[in-house]
Design a protein around this ligand. Structure first.
Ligand SMILES: [Zn+2]
Length: 480
């Protein structure tokens, strides 16, 4: 029975994409909705989203950001004001045209992002430099009509947060852009145990309407990149078309300088693809809704004694501040439960049977390595805390090593193509800065410039497309 259970997940080596959807569906993180392109985020998946949300939300608020909520619908006259913005989103915007049988006088866009509607409100709320900075975030869902569905990674409707800020000066707005990217990076590395490459996007890859887009990019276990979060410096482009002006310190009317920044529930996809293995999900302890699960092992004659002790154990560990679940379901065997909680990625399993009770101990089993250790009851909570930290650090290190092992260098398009065929991964190479070279590399290798990293990668080297000296050292990869 237990073997059959695990067989249900396709091994990563066999088909990474199928492995991914198997984990999503079988760990009940999400299910396909009866609407093309949409998923239902199920309770175990939503619990991870809530953990991400609360962690980020607290970090945003520490920097003075406040939450608000803006409408789902954006009138066409407002949505189309910023030319690049509408051009970038036009192919994937759904429109509301009717209310009942009645045709609306003006079409309403379902938001793919809220710069225009939020900016319109900012123009009413901001009069003077004293109203600045204005720092607003909203947690919501947005719609972008997608042709193919990839649960959490690419869906028509998705959960995200979008932060929008207005500033008196360009310098202050630029500082905020980088500050939010730094928060994303720290959160992803410290909480999600996902190492990310931070840097700036090429013009081709930047957000529609932004002056500059900054990004954090993570490597998945199939070598592909996942854009995990972005922060945009918008300049005063939206302010000019939406008329967001303020009376400055010298009593002159000026336009605000803006930023916007967001992460979405694709971070759940990143967690799966960075840490998961052939048995399923592996969750870093800091984001795991349950850090440990107690599985009681008993027969009819020991049932009451073991369950009683398991309940006491759960209560005392919860009082220590640990997130503990007790699986006391009668209809499944312990072996079945072991498999199920492994698949769901719970960092530690605590086994408790009559013999453990006799010797006043429990058995701990790590999800990441499978290592087992008996721990005496008196040392349990201290050992759990220690072990959770070890697992957290171990997962980060493993992902960092994986990225290092799968990062290559290239000097020609042929090099990049060979790397993509044989190994995949990240490719460091020069880039002359020419849009045409970037386009031809994409055409021939399927890779895009993920970013020009902040981190110094050394001498730029030659551009793989034209052979001229590179202006920047950049990272190419295929991306989700
Ligand atoms: Zn070139």
């Amino acid at each position: 029975m237990s073997d059959k259970f695990v067989e249900a997940i396709t091994p990563r080596e066999e088909n990474f994409s199928r492995w991914y959807t198997d984990v999503v569906i079988k760990a009940q993180l999400a299910d396909y909705a009866p609407i093309r392109g949409c998923i239902v985020v199920r309770p175990p998946g939503f619990a991870i989203w809530e953990a991400i949300q609360s962690g980020l939300d607290a970090r945003f608020k520490e920097t003075g950001v406040q939450n608000a909520y803006f409408p789902l619908l954006i009138p066409e006259s407002i949505f189309t004001r910023e030319a690049e913005h509408i051009e970038g989103f036009a192919p994937e915007v759904p429109w509301v045209t009717h209310a009942g049988e009645e045709e609306l006088q003006e079409r309403l866009a379902i938001r793919p992002s809220s710069e225009t509607i939020i900016g319109t409100m900012f123009s009413r709320w901001i009069q003077s430099y004293r109203d600045l900075p204005m720092l607003v975030n909203q947690w919501c869902s947005v719609l972008r009509w997608e042709k193919a569905t990839h649960p959490f990674l690419r869906t028509t409707e998705f959960l995200w947060q979008e932060g929008h800020t207005c500033h008196e000066t360009e310098a202050e707005a630029r500082e905020r852009t980088i500050q939010m990217l730094r928060i994303y990076r720290e959160f992803m590395e410290e909480v999600l145990a996902i190492p990310v490459l931070a840097g700036i996007k090429s013009d081709r890859e930047k957000f529609a309407g932004a002056v500059e887009t900054y990004t954090v990019e993570a490597m998945m276990q199939d070598g592909r990149a996942l854009q995990a979060g972005t922060s945009h410096y918008l300049g005063d482009g939206f302010a000019r078309v939406l008329d967001i002006k303020f009376l400055g310190r010298e009593s002159e009317l000026e336009y605000v300088h803006q930023t916007s920044w967001g992460v979405s529930h694709r971070l759940i996809g990143a967690l799966i693809m960075v840490h998961g293995d052939d048995r399923g999900l592996v969750l870093p302890p800091r984001v795991a809704p349950n850090q440990a699960v107690i599985v009681p092992i008993y027969r009819d004659d020991t049932r009451d004694r073991v369950l009683g002790a398991a309940n006491d154990l759960r209560e005392s560990l919860r009082e220590e501040g640990l997130r503990i679940h007790l699986d006391d379901r009668e209809e499944h065997t312990p072996g079945w439960k072991f498999n199920e909680w492994e698949m769901r990625g719970v960092p530690i399993r605590i086994e408790l049977g009559p013999r453990d009770l006799d010797s006043d101990q429990v058995m701990l089993v790590r999800r990441d390595t499978g290592a087992k250790e008996p721990v005496s009851r008196s040392k349990l909570s201290a050992r759990l805390e220690e072990l959770l930290e070890e697992i957290q650090a171990g997962l980060f290190q493993r992902a960092l090593d994986y990225r290092a092992d799968n990062t290559y260098t290239a000097e020609s398009v042929e090099d990049i193509r060979t790397i993509m065929e044989r190994n995949r991964g990240f490719v460091e190479a020069g880039w002359c800065g020419d849009d045409a070279c970037e386009a031809s590399i994409k055409e021939e290798t399927g890779t895009t410039i993920r970013c020009i990293p902040f981190e110094d990668l050394g001498e730029p080297g030659v551009c793989p497309a034209c052979g001229k000296p590179g202006k920047h050292r950049v990272v190419f990869a295929r991306a989700y």
